[in-house]
Design a protein around this ligand. Structure first.
Ligand SMILES: [Mg+2]
Length: 161
């Protein structure tokens, strides 16, 4: 399996507004972090799994939730345990987009990737990292997370690689 689909959590799978398929899930962290609700969409897991299957891609987490995504997010929407991209330490005052894209440039290892994220600065930072292989940042609006249209656009791009 060659291509990668990276998935962010906040603003992508965890979002603000109620919509078809959405439900609220109470996250009670066991490490002392303040608990709270996440709003998820039961369709997101099946959509992503199908996208990966149809395009011969591998799903991976690309989120500051890191391993916690496999505990608190994936299982609630029907995703199996996924590999986690570890971005490495974030430098003080470094923008989220710069931090994530630097880790990505180091760790994608030449594999083409599509990245679902609501941080609109990421595509810009990736340009500075001068990747010489195909990539696409599918920018997610954040209000209701990934939509069917986002999946369709991702499918089109991944299929044509
Ligand atoms: Mg986000």
């Amino acid at each position: 399996m060659n291509k990668i689909i990276y998935v962010d959590v906040d603003g992508v799978l965890n979002f603000n507004e109620k919509c078809e398929g959405s439900f609220d899930y109470w996250v009670d962290f066991d490490d002392g972090t303040k608990p709270g609700y996440v709003r998820l969409n039961k369709n997101h897991g099946p959509w992503l799994l199908n996208l990966a299957k149809e395009t011969g891609s591998e799903l991976m987490w690309a989120t500051s939730w890191l391993d916690l995504a496999n505990i608190y997010i994936g299982p609630q929407i029907g995703l199996p345990e996924l590999p986690v991209l570890n971005f490495g330490p974030q430098k003080f005052s470094e923008y989220n987009g710069a931090w994530k894209s630097r880790g990505m440039a180091e760790k994608s290892d030449g594999r083409p990737f599509l990245w679902f994220d609501d941080d609109f600065t990421i595509a810009q930072y990736l340009k500075y990292d001068k990747l010489d292989y195909p990539y696409k940042v599918q920018e997610i609006g954040g209000r209701i997370g990934i939509t069917k249209d986002d999946i369709y656009q991702a499918y089109t791009w991944l299929s044509e690689l």
